[in-house]
Design a protein around this ligand. Structure first.
Ligand SMILES: C[S@@+](CC[C@H](N)C(=O)[O-])C[C@H]1O[C@@H](n2cnc3c(N)ncnc32)[C@H](O)[C@@H]1O
Length: 252
């Protein structure tokens, strides 16, 4: 446990603005995942910047575009997209340490276009197009440059169903304003949720912001390049119906 706490100290950044209400820690990490946190995370973690960050310089190649996933959970979608798109630079933000360890485990198993679970084998051929911010994405927003991101994924955001917790939901207007600022003209915001009330609320939020244009009217079918997550599969098994949204930035 002590080892885990030491590792966590290194990855936790102090919260400055806005509080994060979700979980940061779950079950104690298995030793293989702990080893990935110690050995792999430092190689691909993004420290909280102190000044404006040029995201194109984070990778050992010139990325064609930058895609950001907010709250990647276990990382299935992010790792899958990163493998499919080796020329895109991916930034994933997730304060839940067990989720970060999950993504590391997937990335570590990336070889020749396939993901396999091979913890502890730091394969040199793994996709090196992912950078992890193990914290609240809102801490990164002020340091990212306007029009630097081609795509934002916000998949199954915590629904915070109680009215009094509405301001904890991720798609509130202050975050939408940031996403709009950071997206390139024509850039996309992709959202998925399996909570009907949240889907209605999110659609209203996004559309009434006046910052985005709806680019997908059929919300029942996933986008063509969709990669399902464990979270989504669990929801479908439990009878919940996902909604998928794609919005493009209204040019600024
Ligand atoms: C319900 S889970 C969904 C996880 C994943 N997207 C999936 O579909 O499997 C929502 C995740 O968003 C993360 N999250 C919530 N607010 C966040 C924020 N401000 N920045 C980054 N991650 C956040 C939570 O820690 C949680 O892991």
């Amino acid at each position: 446990m002590e080892r885990q706490n030491d590792t966590l100290k290194e990855c936790d950044f102090p919260q400055q603005n806005g509080q994060f209400y979700g979980r940061r820690h779950g079950k104690k990490l298995k030793s293989s995942r702990l080893a990935l946190m110690e050995r792999l995370l430092p190689r691909i973690a993004l420290a909280k910047p102190e000044q404006s960050l040029d995201v194109t310089k984070l990778f050992p190649f010139d990325p064609q575009d930058i895609w950001v996933e907010v709250g990647f959970g276990g990382g299935e979608h992010l790792a899958g997209q990163a493998l499919r798109h080796p020329h895109i630079g991916f930034i994933g933000a997730e304060p839940f340490i067990n989720g970060v360890a999950g993504l590391l485990s997937l990335l570590n198993g990336c070889t020749n276009g396939k993901i396999k679970q091979t913890p502890l084998m730091l394969d040199e051929k793994r996709a090196d197009n992912v950078r992890i911010f193990p914290d609240d994405i809102r801490l990164l927003f002020p340091f990212l440059k306007e029009k630097s991101v081609g795509r934002f994924f916000v998949l199954y955001p915590d629904p915070w169903p109680k009215k009094r917790h509405e301001n904890r939901r991720f798609l509130i207007s202050e975050n939408l304003i940031q996403i709009h600022r950071l997206l390139k003209n024509g850039g996309e915001l992709r959202v998925a949720t399996d909570v009907e009330a949240y889907a209605d609320w999110a659609k209203k939020q996004i559309e009434s912001s006046g910052l985005f244009i709806c680019a997908k009217t059929d919300t029942q079918t996933p986008p063509e390049d969709w990669i399902s997550t464990r979270y989504e599969k669990k929801g479908i098994k439990a009878g919940r119906k996902p909604s998928y949204f794609i919005y493009t930035k209204k040019s600024s």
